[in-house]
Design a protein around this ligand. Structure first.
Ligand code: GLN
Length: 539
């Protein structure tokens, strides 16, 4: 069988959940035995989202190979349980960068370099790249942005060309739109969808299937109307209603026969029906929690829902594993002071201090760590959260009042968190952090080893600063132990306080590898510790 290519575009509005639809379809095809991956093409000029503030673009998701990518790749990995890589996320910036670099090298000598064919050729090359590895039967490509945007035109043009360059049965296009409900008229409106499909068709791309996001059920007449006006088969207009969990969406898409339409159009014969039993049992646990727990997420980008996406999802997975509903209460680090910390965190059965960059909110994070440490509330720090746990301990237990990370105070006399040696040479900001998967050796007899149940682990990273090993012995003697280290560089990866019921912090980002079917163990144990803390509080 040739590799099959499915393209997902969006229309009418952004944030319709193209990533979830793409991931749900991929899940259904995978559950039928196909090897599937998803890639995202983003229409902005940054080479990658690594240099974007989370307020601009939500979380930056890091892959095993150290690519800084769009948060939709997190959804792809969580749904499929298969790793993605740099090749799975391409931006307009990366495309132009390649073409312009080649131009300077003389690759197009004598020729005028243009959007068509040079930029579109480079887009097509990258759209086909993963398919050529032989590792996949199906490649789903999500085209970021909204059809009609100036920015996404070259991507749509590349799709248009590809649809004629490959056999008809190898190419499929899905368009996701919104059907708004007008309360005053008590009616669902199809006009924006008609316009969006017209726009796509005017660019030469013909959707095979239209997926409609809607708050209300689409009637058969409405589906027929959309099909008629949009030139698709009557059965090929399907609905995607708001779901109670994103992990319910594959089941909703199955009920709408999306996977069936796709395998028929792509002429993939003899496939079994999807086996979604593992996801189903996860969803059942999620739907029927036996208890409830409050986790405070202390961070600086809390106003934006997507800024801590992977952490939020990890709590969904860890909650189900504990048959418990986890309420993640976000707390703006900036607003926490020594005076109000008990009140701000009064409802928390567990406290997580989030990753981050820059000085804003650091003092609030340190207050939150102190509150958790002194009141024996389960604590989990991630990356900057770990670094602030070390600073807090140094200040308030070791008595080094000026202890700090040099990210905040370059001149401190106690630089307990300092820039990594290799980072001192770099001035460029894009893609230069310590990124991706590195091994970590877990010390025997520690909380970390109890959690992981093995000695060698591998987790993903995104940082420039580290625990300054000059202080490790003094921290250890005072009660803050390094329980995981990188075997080559000796970099401290995990710290914990054995005296505390549950106090653990990691330099790596464990949230990036949690999936519904394999919840991340630190999150699972943290939720369990929070549950224990809650029941001890009562008794
Ligand atoms: N700003 C810190 C560093 O660069 C922490 C980074 C993070 O939390 N991802 O080391």
């Amino acid at each position: 069988m040739n590799t099959k290519y499915i393209f997902v575009t969006g229309g009418v509005a952004s944030s319709l959940g193209k990533g979830i639809i793409a991931a749900s379809l991929a899940k259904l095809l995978q559950a039928r035995g196909l090897r599937v991956t998803i890639q995202k093409f983003d229409p902005y000029l940054n080479i990658d989202p690594g240099t974007l503030n989370p307020y601009e673009h939500g979380e930056c998701y890091v892959t095993e190979d150290g690519a800084e990518t769009d948060l939709d790749l997190g959804h792809y990995e969580r749904f499929l349980g298969v790793y993605t890589s740099q090749a799975n996320n391409v931006t307009t910036g990366r495309i132009y960068n390649t073409v312009i670099t080649k131009e300077r090298e003389g690759a197009y000598l004598g020729k005028t370099v243009q959007i068509v064919p040079h930029i579109t050729d480079e887009i097509k090359r990258r759209m086909l790249l993963l398919g050529q590895t032989g590792d996949y039967d199906v490649i789903i490509t999500e085209v970021g942005g909204t059809v009609g945007d100036m920015e996404s035109q070259p991507f749509v043009e590349a799709m248009r060309q590809l649809q004629w360059e490959m056999p008809e049965e190898d190419f499929l296009s899905i368009h996701l739109t919104l059907i708004p409900y007008l309360k005053a008229a008590k009616e669902l409106k199809t006009k924006p969808t008609q316009h969006s499909v017209q726009e796509l068709q005017s660019q030469g791309v013909h959707p095979d299937i239209i997926v409609c996001r809607t708050e209300k059920e689409l009637t058969p007449e409405l589906r027929r109307k959309i099909a008629l006006f949009c030139n698709v088969k009557p059965g090929h207009v399907i609905q995607s209603m708001d779901a109670w969990s994103i992990y319910q969406v594959p089941f909703n898409m199955e009920a709408e026969h999306l996977d069936e339409m796709v395998v028929n159009k792509l002429e993939i014969p003899d496939l079994p029906v999807p086996d979604l039993s593992k996801l189903k049992s996860f969803l059942e646990k999620l739907a029927h929690p036996e208890s409830e727990v409050n986790i405070a997420l202390v961070g600086k980008y809390v106003e934006l829902q997507d800024a801590y996406k992977s952490i939020q999802e990890s709590f969904v997975h860890a909650g189900a594993a504990n048959c418990c509903k986890v309420n993640v209460i976000t707390v703006q680090a900036d607003h926490i002071t020594p005076e109000n910390v008990s009140e701000k965190l009064s409802r928390a059965d567990g406290i997580l201090v989030a990753p981050g960059f820059g000085a804003r909110g650091l003092e609030g994070k340190i207050c939150a760590v102190r509150h958790a440490r002194e009141n024996k509330i389960p604590f989990f720090g991630i990356c900057l959260g770990m670094q602030m746990a070390v600073v807090e301990f140094s200040r308030n237990v070791l008595g080094w009042a000026d202890a700090a990370s040099t990210e905040e105070k370059p001149d401190t006399k106690h630089p307990v968190i300092d820039l990594m040696e290799e980072q001192k040479k770099t001035t460029r900001k894009g893609g230069t952090m310590r990124l991706g998967a590195y091994p970590c050796k877990v010390q025997k007899g520690t909380l970390a080893s109890q959690i992981y149940g093995r000695q060698m682990i591998s987790e993903r990273h995104r940082h420039r600063y580290e625990l300054n090993n000059l202080y490790a012995d003094e921290l250890q003697a005072a009660g803050l132990h390094v329980s995981g280290i990188n075997p080559q560089s000796r970099l401290a990866e995990i710290v914990e306080i054995p005296e505390h019921p549950f106090f653990i912090a990691t330099q790596f980002h464990p949230e990036l590898k949690s999936t519904p079917e394999h919840p991340q163990p630190i999150f699972v144990h943290f939720v369990k510790a929070a549950l224990n803390h809650k029941s001890n509080k009562k008794s």
